[in-house]
Design a protein around this ligand. Sequence first.
Ligand code: PEP
Ligand code: MN
Length: 264
Amino acid sequence: LCSKEMCPDNTIVKITESVRFGAVGVAVIAGPCSVESKSQIRETAFLVKESGACMLRGGAYKPRTSPYSFQGLGVKGLAYLKEAGEATGLPIVSEIVSASYLDAMNEYVDMFQIGARNMQNFELLKEVASLGRPVLLKRGMAATIEEWLMAAEYLMAHGTKDIVLCERGIRTFETYTRNTLDITAIPAIKTLTHLPILVDPSHATGLRDQVPAVSLAAVAAGADGLIIEVHPHPENALSDGAQSLYPQQFEKLMRDIEILAPLV
Ligand code: PEP
Ligand code: MN
């Protein structure tokens, strides 16, 4: 179902009338790693909207490596995210980590994010697919492109039509960066499937100062968009502060992206 051979026409994933992935232009999703408070997400939403983002991100259920790290605000976080989205007119995407949150999340989000850690959680994929809502499917950190596309196939086989893939870096022997961006994944995905692809330069690098160059490289390589972590005060972030852009960095990056391609 997801192969280019079976369906040569590229899929355009439409979230709202103006927010489309896979049509013309670069669609930029931005926001904090985690929703931390009502004011934090609202402030971030206005900042990223002002710079030209077309969609707002923010985790309410966080899949943290340590059980002692901030785990997210849960439903309260979703409510704050939705409020911020409505205040700015930005549709919202947030990660689902368990099928038990399906009904709660369905009331809030415009798009479900399946994170790297759950890419091959096939039961979760089937449950999310049963809703038929748009899905952002991140590549597992140790998944081959073939395995990633099979995860997309699970979604399609169980009811999802609107899938946006997201390359977010894979595990290699390199330790300078948090992950290693597989830039070839972009043209490979364009060859193999009709689904649009985004790049997440934040989780790919783990280092905010590496995010702009990697973002521009992804756009130059043909990515349909980017998902970028931005925080009004990264030094105080409850998760992923080191990779979160300062608002001025994000503003500058958006102007640089526009030199390469129009923004959605
Ligand atoms: C995220 O986007 O917040 C996230 C946890 O990303 P990943 O699943 O790619 O690690
Ligand atoms: Mn993060």
